[in-house]
Structure formats: structure tokens, C-alpha cells
Write a protein that binds this ligand. Structure first.
Ligand SMILES: Nc1ncnc2c1ncn2[C@@H]1O[C@H](COP(=O)(O)OP(=O)(O)OP(=O)(O)O)[C@@H](O)[C@H]1O
Ligand SMILES: [Mg+2]
Ligand SMILES: [Zn+2]
Length: 280
């Protein structure tokens, strides 16, 4: 197995920053706000490797930095320091692509083609002013596909695969249920066949039965298409179902990392023990 994404020392500070921000925050300090300068340390020194075809889980309490991490990886936000290297299966150059060294246009092109994202809030991931099919078309257009008939057929295919009835293709997402909106987001994220997907609380807030069907769909995508994924959730049941390996975050730091089964059955870090115990 080879790595698709290698992240090292990823740090994102919100505020003026000072020499002591990182040392004065984190689980041991019990805060993610620097007492010296008031800077919020959204994440600090996060390192991880995602293997090709793997689903890596990210769990942790609210405010632990999970969404911040996803935003940095997807390129919605820029880290204060650290590195992100992406390895393209299709003729990767030796050593991979340093995402943070790309200019804005290169970064946009790479992410449109290679990355997909599904947000907890469908309003962040979908354009509510255009139809379900139009949301998929947008991504294909960004990727240079201009043939109308192709776009329409591809949109229909993707919606079908995500179990959105073809008859609803021309409806606005605002008329859909929450579960259906997530399906359209997944279809949109898959439009360019990206090898890498970021899922941020993709089933949070949905009915249990709807959750189960969306998780099934995600697992199917992983098995059939071999998509690599980073799946953020504070739901241990979701982590158990999706991710073979998991990292646990607290106050912006990774406090534990390992096989999901081991983490859930024999957590090493006191914080993870507490998370697991409180979910029983
Ligand atoms: N733009 C910002 N400015 C200041 N602080 C921010 C900003 N974005 C995030 N933070 C802070 O960074 C910390 C991590 O937030 P983040 O949204 O990553 O947490 P999370 O683990 O996704 O939480 P949740 O489970 O509630 O979604 C929080 O303390 C948050 O308030
Ligand atoms: Mg979040
Ligand atoms: Zn500081």
C-alpha cells in the first residue's frame, strides 16, 4: 500500500500569535486559547498519513479541531505552518505534490479534479440556487467539460448511484430532505471521480435509518471505486463502521492514533477512554 496524503506538523492559529502559543495550549494546558496573546490554536502539529484506498477516521469532542483540519486539507483554509503532500496515482512525480507550494490556480485545478468534500451543513457544500443536476454540472464545468449532453448524462448517473431519483434532478436542493441533500452533496463530490474524499460529520443530525443508508453508500464507494477518505465524526458508531484506522483529537492536537478496533476496545489516552466510556 502506498500513501496518498502525507501531513506533517499542520498548525493553524487564529489571532496575532506569539512564541508561546503552541506550548501554552493543548490537552495538558486544558485550553486551545493562548493565555499570553489570546490566539486560538485550532490545530497544532497534526501529522498523519492516509494510505490509498483507506478510510481514516478523525474523532474528538466539539471544538477539538476536526473541521479545521478538513478545511486545511481540502484547501479552504491555509495553515500557519506544516506541510501537506499529495501523491497522484496517475503518473505521480517522485515525492508527490507539495500542496502548499502551488499557486492559487494550480491548487484550485488540483482540488477540482482530485478532491471531493462533503460538509455537515449542506449549505456549505451545495449551491441552493441551482438544481441538483446543476450542482453536479458546476463541478464538471470547472473541470473543463463543456458538452451539455455529457454533463447531463453524468449528472444522472451520479445521482442514480447516490439513490437520488432521476425525476428530481431538476429540482432545487432546498426542496429535498436532509438525507437527500447529503446524497446530492456526495454525488457532487464524486463528479470528477476524485481519488480522495473528505467527509465532515456527513451523517450527523440525520435519522438513524437515513444515516445507515448513507454509510452503506460510502462503504460501497470505497469498495467499488477504491476512494481514499478522511471521515470526521464524533459518533463512535460511525467511526467503527467506516474507518479501519482512527486519530483522536483534543484541543487541536492528535492525542491517539491506531486501529479503530483497538482504540475503541482498549483506548490508551485518558481522554479517549473517557470518550469511549461516555458513548457506552
Ligand atoms: N476562523 C476562526 N477564528 C477563530 N477561531 C476559530 C476559527 N475557526 C475555528 N476556530 C476555533 O478552532 C477550534 C476548533 O474548531 P473546529 O470547528 O475545527 O472544531 P470541531 O472539532 O470541528 O468541532 P465540532 O465537533 O463542534 O464541529 C474551536 O475552538 C473554534 O472556535
Ligand atoms: Mg466540526
Ligand atoms: Zn500566544
Amino acid at each position: 500500500m502506498s500513501a496518498i496524503l502525507e501531513v506533517a506538523g499542520l498548525t493553524r492559529l487564529h489571532g496575532p500569535g506569539c512564541a508561546r502559543c503552541v506550548d501554552a495550549t493543548g490537552p495538558a494546558a486544558g485550553t486551545n486559547v493562548c493565555p499570553h496573546c489570546g490566539t486560538v490554536v485550532a490545530c497544532a502539529d497534526v501529522s498523519l498519513t492516509l494510505m490509498r484506498g483507506e478510510v481514516l477516521g478523525v474523532m474528538g469532542e466539539s471544538g477539538s479541531g476536526k473541521s479545521s483540519l478538513v478545511r486545511l486539507l481540502y484547501g479552504d483554509d491555509v495553515p500557519t505552518s506544516g506541510s501537506i503532500v499529495y501523491h497522484d496515482a496517475r503518473g505521480d512525480k517522485e515525492g508527490g505534490t507539495d500542496l502548499l507550494a502551488l499557486n492559487a490556480q494550480q491548487a484550485r485545478r488540483l482540488r477540482n479534479r482530485h478532491f471531493g468534500v462533503v460538509y455537515q451543513n449542506p449549505h456549505l457544500g451545495l449551491n441552493f440556487r441551482v438544481s441538483a443536476g446543476g450542482n453536479i454540472a458546476e463541478r464538471l464545468l470547472m473541470n473543463g467539460e463543456l458538452r451539455y449532453a455529457h454533463i447531463r448524462e453524468r449528472a444522472m448517473q451520479l445521482l442514480a448511484r447516490c439513490e437520488v431519483p432521476a425525476a428530481r434532478m431538476d429540482e432545487l436542493p432546498g426542496r429535498f430532505s436532509g438525507g437527500m441533500q447529503q446524497r446530492v452533496q456526495i454525488a457532487r463530490a464524486l463528479a470528477t471521480d476524485p481519488p480522495l474524499l473528505f467527509l465532515d460529520e456527513v451523517t450527523t443530525g440525520l435519522d438513524v435509518s437515513v444515516q445507515a443508508r448513507i454509510l452503506d453508500l460510502i462503504l460501497e464507494l470505497q469498495h467499488q471505486l477504491g476512494v481514499s477518505m478522511i471521515a470526521v465524526t464524533h459518533d463512535l458508531g460511525v467511526i467503527r463502521m467506516l474507518a479501519a484506522r482512527t486519530i483522536v483529537m483534543k484541543m487541536g492536537r492528535v492525542v491517539e492514533t491506531g486501529l479503530t478496533d483497538q482504540i475503541l476496545e482498549d483506548p490508551q489516552h485518558p481522554y479517549t477512554q473517557q470518550l469511549v466510556a461516555s458513548a457506552l
